[in-house]
Design a binder for this molecule. Structure first.
Ligand SMILES: [Zn+2]
Length: 154
């Protein structure tokens, strides 16, 4: 059996076309260009930075918002709500993953969610589990729980 696997000039042409685009999708296409791609089936859930989500997470043993619920009634505020485990600001595209498997900065493409990067973690986020950050609670609720084929780049 013959395998045709040519990295011809079309790839360079594609890269040039992508670099001309300043859209987010284009950025990620460029960023991941030449990176190792892996497709992993993962279970995804959603969260946002509202108190409801933080409370829910805490109840389930996660630690996305330690400041709000830090011990002592007024002791908290060590960390701001919406700041991820690696210190970046949670925004659309912020993904919580198992950092033993997917280090901070791992780029992922989630069908229906889009491009994202691992910047957060949680004690219940183990193995092939992801938590996707949404800017609104409504959107997070709409997402619910989905098992999807995730493209992982590193
Ligand atoms: Zn929420």
């Amino acid at each position: 059996m013959r395998m045709m696997h040519r990295t011809g000039p079309w790839k360079r042409l594609l890269a040039a076309m992508l670099s001309a685009s300043f859209a987010l999708q284009g950025c990620y296409s460029l960023k991941t260009f030449g990176m190792q791609k892996e497709v992993v089936v993962m279970e995804t859930t959603a969260y946002c930075s509202c108190k409801k989500c933080c409370g829910w997470k805490r109840k389930h043993g996660l630690f996305f918002c330690p400041a709000v619920y830090a011990s002592g009634p007024k002791e908290g505020e060590r960390k701001k709500v919406g700041i991820t485990a690696d210190g970046s600001k949670a925004k659309n595209g912020t993904i919580a993953a198992d950092t033993r498997r997917y280090t901070f900065g791992t780029i992922m493409h989630v069908p229906g969610y889009g491009w994202g990067e691992g910047h957060d973690k949680g004690s219940a986020i183990k193995g092939n589990r992801l938590d996707l950050f949404f800017s609104s609670h409504k959107k997070a609720l709409e997402w619910g729980r989905r098992t999807l084929k995730i493209k992982v780049y590193r």
